[in-house]
Design a protein around this ligand. Structure first.
Ligand code: GDP
Length: 296
């Protein structure tokens, strides 16, 4: 189960309150200490944890909670609300351009799941009646183009490529023209990643951005990398500017640190989550549902 470690610990801390009936301020503080440890162990950003605990604690020691007949339920409700708010409150959708094609640029480090997710996203929108085109701009990673073609074939979505000799900027521009000619109303550009963030990568992404003017730049990050994912998101956002995040490999993430920190640290919403290797393992992200899932 995703975020299993975090769920167990949070539920453990809150269950103790349930057995108490009326609560004292000390009971709440003790529980919050456990919640804090659970969040830190889950690799949630330190400052995010501090702010979160402060907010929850302030709300919990209020008259209304302490004097209610079911104070533990109140505390759980507050934790749930604050977790939801931490992850962005409401689901954030991809903005579809009123003038097609909508252009989505996928960015991220190598191995994060960019190519797979480009396909998944194409499949998601195809099911909604769109006519996507995948554009293969990852000319550096061996087999990335072939991989996108295989994904496209499986989903019956066309893939535009110019091999690996042309520059990614030219491929992106030509892909866009191809989409307009062929009535594709959604263009998903799979850009190149690197093992680490470097200037050459960022310069290339900036050039693609300024040439094709994407409606959405989506950053793909691997949730299992915890705070590293958050740092990557901060860097990409500062240097390139991103509109949203897709968090992959949540199916294998027992901790949850990236999911709980990224929005608070970068102010950018998580738009989708990757829940497996199969091409339909992509879900829109709902902060409220995720909070309830964590609290069980
Ligand atoms: P890229 O280098 O960023 O383009 O990464 P790939 O798309 O090649 O993905 C790297 C690996 O992660 C592949 O083995 C994918 O099957 C796997 N992967 C991608 N997304 C998910 C996901 O949501 N869950 C799981 N379990 N694996 C994923």
């Amino acid at each position: 189960m995703i975020f299993e470690g975090l769920s167990d610990k949070l539920q453990g801390a809150l269950d103790k309150l349930k057995s108490k009936g009326k609560l004292t301020e000390k009971d709440v503080k003790d529980a919050m200490r456990e919640v804090k440890l659970a969040l830190l162990e889950a690799d949630v950003n330190f400052k995010v944890v501090k702010d979160f605990i402060k907010k929850v604690q302030e709300r919990c020691v209020g008259q209304e909670v302490m004097q209610s007949l079911t104070p533990a339920q109140h505390v759980i409700k507050i934790v749930n609300e604050e977790l939801t708010s931490l992850m962005g409150d409401v689901a954030s959708k991809i903005v579809i351009s009123p003038k097609p094609p909508t252009i989505i640029m996928m960015v991220g480090l190598q191995g994060a799941g960019k190519t797979t997710t480009s396909g998944k996203l194409g499949g998601y929108f195809k099911k909604q009646g769109k006519k996507p085109l995948l554009v293969a701009c990852d000319v550096y990673r061996p087999a990335a183009i072939k991989q996108l073609q295989v994904v496209g074939e499986k989903l019956d979505i066309p893939v535009f490529n110019m091999g690996d000799k042309e520059s990614p900027v030219n491929i992106a521009k030509a892909g866009l023209s191809h989409a307009i000619k062929n009535n594709n109303d959604l263009v998903i550009i799979d850009t190149a990643g690197r093992l680490h963030i470097d200037e050459a990568l960022m310069d290339e992404l900036k050039s693609i951005k300024s040439e094709v003017k994407p409606h959405e730049i989506l950053l793909v990050v691997d949730s299992m990398t915890g705070q590293d994912a958050v740092n990557v998101a901060e860097s990409f956002n500062e240097t390139l500017g991103v509109d949203g995040v897709i968090l992959t490999k949540l199916d294998g993430d027992t901790r949850g640190g990236a999911a709980l920190s990224i929005r608070a640290v970068t102010q950018k919403p998580i738009k989708f989550i990757g829940m497996g290797e199969k091409l339909d393992d992509l879900e829109p992200f709902h902060p409220d549902r995720m909070a309830s899932r964590i609290l069980g």
